[in-house]
Design a protein around this ligand. Structure first.
Ligand SMILES: O=C(O)CCC(=O)C(=O)O
Ligand SMILES: [Fe+2]
Length: 321
């Protein structure tokens, strides 16, 4: 499979429709979203209406200025919750740096983070972070709603959504230094280790440096590259949504592999069940063809379990019946 690319579904939502949900496009597109999430566990999306391209590009340049700050400034960002604190160049992923910010669609949260990094202030960064998270959150609710609709459960979407919060992650992957300690033999190196996302849904956006790879659901357990077109979003199903759907939706295993001579930047919104929220398979998604696969569980407890065990089959072991 060397060099081959994954045949990733590439969806496009209509740009010019005010009433998307009452249009004739709605039902077929909900079905396409579900199909992609079932067959692959992720898809690419072209849709500029909610999150303007200019805002996404502003975010990418804001990210450069953030990562260009001195290490000691970046290290000030510490948060007891997993996947938030500044993680820089750690031994398992020495090329990777990231921040995870809780709910920056709330202006105070965006401001607190900005003030910590730039005590002298950086209103431009704060505004960009705040507005991109608000916009991607709108897109996230739209896609979650489409998933619920596709199961005939549009009515239940609201109550589920009230139970979610977000982490906005900002990531940089450096060019692998030659010779690399993680050398794969072809000048490439691991940027981010293999994992499934633990949350409900992830929506990512990246610069034009490729590196995302997946293990396809219907493949031979081999890594396949994903070519992400310029300005496309990558939408990924996480373990929590997989469990909610009684295993119908797939949480795809993915990683980042770096090669070439340019740094990769990506960012995105991770929607997460709110603190204390339970994941419960709805009765409607259990029948004789789909016997119950997951017991009800508290999402936070699952993350705690994962963080201390780090096994690929964590969801099955922790919540499988
Ligand atoms: O940078 C990327 O494209 C992937 C990031 C990712 O998978 C993650 O942070 O969970
Ligand atoms: Fe991920």
């Amino acid at each position: 499979m060397m060099g081959a690319h994954h045949q990733t579904p590439y969806l496009e939502f209509p740009e010019d429709i005010e009433q998307f949900e009452s249009s004739s496009y709605w039902v077929p597109l909900c079905a396409q979203v579900r199909e992609a999430c079932e067959a692959h566990g992720f898809f690419l999306l072209q849709y500029d209406k909610v999150v303007p391209k200019t805002l996404r590009r502003d975010m990418l340049s804001a990210m450069r200025s953030l990562f260009d700050l001195p290490d000691e400034t970046k290290c000030r960002y510490q948060n007891p919750k997993p996947y938030r604190s500044y993680s820089g160049k750690c031994p398992v992923a020495p090329l990777h740096e990231s921040f995870g910010i809780d709910d920056p669609h709330k202006l105070d949260a965006a401001r607190d983070f900005t003030d910590l990094m730039w005590p002298e202030g950086n209103p431009g960064f704060c505004e960009t972070l705040h507005s991109i998270n608000s916009k991607i959150l709108e897109l996230n609710s739209l896609i979650m709603k489409m998933i619920f609709e596709s199961f005939g459960m549009g009515g239940e979407f609201k109550s589920h959504f009230q139970d979610s919060s977000t982490v906005f992650r900002i990531m940089k992957y450096r060019v692998p230094p030659p010779p690399s300690i993680n050398d794969q033999g072809d000048g490439s190196a691991i940027g981010l280790v293999a994992h499934t996302d633990k949350n409900d849904l992830t929506i990512l956006y990246q610069n034009d440096v490729q590196g995302l790879e997946v293990v396809p659901r219907d493949g031979d357990d081999e890594w396949v590259k994903v070519r992400v077109p310029e300005d496309a979003f990558i939408v990924i199903v996480g373990d929590a949504l997989k469990a909610w759907s009684n295993g119908r939706l797939h949480a795809v295993k993915h990683r980042v592999v770096m090669s070439g001579d340019r740094d990769r930047y990506s960012c995105g919104l991770f929607s997460i069940p709110k603190e204390g929220a339970m994941i419960r398979v709805p009765a409607k998604l259990v029948d004789t063809d789909h016997p119950l696969r997951y017991r009800p569980f508290k999402f936070d407890d699952y993350v705690t379990y994962f963080v201390s065990n780090r096994r690929d089959d964590a969801l099955e072991v922790y919540a499988g019946v």
